[in-house]
Ligand binder design. Sequence first.
Ligand SMILES: NC(=O)c1ccc[n+]([C@@H]2O[C@H](COP(=O)([O-])OP(=O)(O)OC[C@H]3O[C@@H](n4cnc5c(N)ncnc54)[C@H](O)[C@@H]3O)[C@@H](O)[C@H]2O)c1
Length: 257
Amino acid sequence: MDPLLDFTDHSIIVTGAASGFGALLAEMLDQRGASLVLGDLNQEGLERTAAKLKSSAITLVGDVADEEYAQSLVKAALENYGKLDIAVNNAGIAPPQLKSLAELDIDVLEQQLNVNTRGVALGMKYQLGAMAAKQSGAILNVSSMAGVSGAPLIGSYAAAKHAVIGLTKTAAVEFGKANLRINAICPFFAATPMVDNPVLNPTDNLEDVNQRLAAGSPMKRIGTVEEMVNVMLMIISPHNTFMSGQAINVDGAMSAW
Ligand SMILES: NC(=O)c1ccc[n+]([C@@H]2O[C@H](COP(=O)([O-])OP(=O)(O)OC[C@H]3O[C@@H](n4cnc5c(N)ncnc54)[C@H](O)[C@@H]3O)[C@@H](O)[C@H]2O)c1
């Protein structure tokens, strides 16, 4: 095993572990020796992820926007593994529609803020306390390219993902002296079920969506799930000890235009 990506005996929470980035991250952390607490709303998907692991993970079904649930994930790590080393706040929802801000549907904005921002804030609320108590730990929040630049027709999603970066930077500053590292990742599109849906992929043709979404990108393609998860592993690596308060773009140079 690559010593830079050795997570042996690290107690790690991953939310949104039933699908996409979270499911693959859980598998890769399991292969690297981690002790996992996996959360998601989707029980079936969570069971599917857990069945692929060689170690037995703790799985908790629930909504990251529910404060009791956010607390229960941390409690599970502390009770079962005696500590919490790393948390990846990855659960999130896609924009349910494409509309300009002149047609803003306020319910959609509230729904986006409720899951994509509140879910991260509540997760960190309890993770930070548990990590500060032992004066070490790392948190990775999953934002988006839409968290660092304007995102036409998905303004509510952009607002919620920008807020994730505000929370990330603030936590990094507040908890630097407790030796905690808090970063965000900002992926460009990758072909997870979130992108392969009727809103972003109306023709139900992933090749088509790949072409359309990637048309303006320097590398002329969207990312793969593996490419995003590899960077997630690098950010939370126990050897990545001085990088904090950063929002890391993984975007095939899209943000370099
Ligand atoms: N796929 C992309 O192109 C892309 C790009 C940028 C950012 N992201 C972000 O990456 C993260 C993971 O997305 P993905 O692409 O793997 O999508 P996905 O839909 O495959 O996975 C998201 C998971 O989050 C879970 N989830 C949703 N709401 C939840 C809630 N309230 N409580 C608990 N679990 C909940 C879902 O059940 C699902 O299993 C999200 O935060 C998303 O916004 C994705």
